[in-house]
Design a protein around this ligand. Structure first.
Ligand code: GLU
Length: 377
């Protein structure tokens, strides 16, 4: 039985492998120091999950906030990219040390993995990460993961650990993703407004659900905010992973939120095969093709994308690159791996298949994006 309630996140049968993401505002107090006493209670709960037979992966934020204090940097270390990188390298040692020490108190070995965006975007590196995670979990360790902030620059970084955690959950084949946050769930409007209502259950991250996020990080300490949490929910959903946003401020947060059913549960409506889930969850695409209405309808029915339905090509991209497929109004329809480079796509655009051999001067492929390499979003 898959996860169907918040309480199921602590059930080893419903959720044999769980990713728990801990936000910066929970780990680091307003004084810039680690909230050690609180973390001890969370680690106690994770150790209990481990003892019940659940395999646990932690995605821990907090490096930048912790390092900023040690280096005496302003704005929590987020004043500039250079500050954030310096703060992260100082804070990460302390952060990993703290997790390792507290887990060791329960006889559990911690394993640190620092990832950049490309480690999970590139298929080969993604599979490497999957193998490492699997081996660590089989050996009984708890991986503690963060973004490799000290080397990640704007173009190559996630920038928030919500999407990182969703990609990790996907790579690890997890059943559940728990985002512990300083907000206690998804509200239908800004929770600072008195009339805001918390949603208990979301089935499918629709445009209406996305519109409920207002972007900024609630606490100003982390970099996530509700937008990145909903993007994480989209990634998790595509991979068939249940996700929850729960408030983590109080001690022993799993017991206080999950057992009481307090938080927002996101249940997946689909489960794409592993390769398609990876492709659908890609965050960085090399280019795009714009398609006409007929092609958009054909894609929705599960067809391959043919050149005749393409109205514009945005390159450059090479054969085999992941590209976005959009309709004429700019709506994202699909992700796919292109069978041709951008220049060839441009030459074939709008032309019937029978003409392709003559245009290209060589035997054409059957489609610009084959349906096996296409994920409708
Ligand atoms: N990787 C960042 C850190 O460790 C946190 C990113 C986030 O706030 O989501 O400080």
């Amino acid at each position: 039985m898959p996860v169907a309630t918040l309480a199921d996140f602590t059930d080893a049968d419903a959720c044999p492998r769980i990713v728990v993401k801990v936000g910066s505002a929970l780990l680091v107090g307003e004084d810039g120091a680690a909230r050690r006493a609180w973390l001890e209670t969370l680690v106690g709960e994770l150790a209990a999950a481990h003892a019940r037979g659940q395999q646990v992966i932690v995605v821990s934020s907090g490096a930048i906030a912790l390092g900023a204090r040690k280096l005496g940097l302003t704005k929590g270390g987020r004043g500039s990219l250079a500050d954030a990188q310096a703060a992260a390298s100082v804070g990460q040692i302390a952060l990993a040390g703290l997790w390792a020490e507290l887990l060791a108190g329960h006889g559990i070995t911690a394993a640190q993995i620092l990832l950049t965006l490309d480690d999970l975007e590139d298929r080969r590196r993604y599979l490497n990460a999957t193998a490492t995670l699997g081996r660590l979990l089989a050996a009984g360790a708890i991986p503690v993961i963060n973004e490799n902030d000290s080397v990640a620059t704007h173009e190559i970084r996630f920038g928030d650990n919500d999407r990182l955690a969703a990609r990790v959950a996907q790579a690890a084949g997890a059943s559940g993703l728990l985002l512990l946050s300083d907000v206690d769930g998804l509200y239908d409007r800004n929770p600072r407004r008195g009339d805001a209502q918390m949603l208990k259950l979301v089935r499918g991250v629709t445009p209406e659900v996305l519109a409920m996020a207002d972007g900024a990080s609630g606490s100003g300490v982390g970099s996530g905010g509700m937008t990145s949490k909903l993007q994480a929910a989209e990634i998790a959903e595509r991979a068939g992973i249940a996700m929850a946003i729960v408030g983590g401020k109080s001690n022993a947060p799993l017991a206080s939120a999950l057992a009481k059913g307090s938080g927002t549960l996101f249940l997946p409506r689909r489960r794409d095969p592993a390769r398609k889930a990876w492709l659908g969850g890609r965050l960085r695409l090399k280019g795009a093709v714009v398609v006409d209405d007929g092609a958009a309808r054909a894609l929705a029915r599960g067809s391959s994308l043919l050149a005749a339905g393409i109205s514009a090509v945005e390159g450059p991209f090479a054969r085999g690159d992941a590209v976005a497929v959009r309709d004429g109004k700019g709506h994202l329809l699909a992700h796919g791996l292109a069978e041709y480079d951008a220049e060839e796509c441009e030459r074939l655009r709008g032309r019937q298949s029978a003409e392709h051999a003559e245009i290209l001067g060589y035997a054409p492929r059957s489609a610009v994006i084959h349906r096996d390499q296409l994920v409708v979003l």
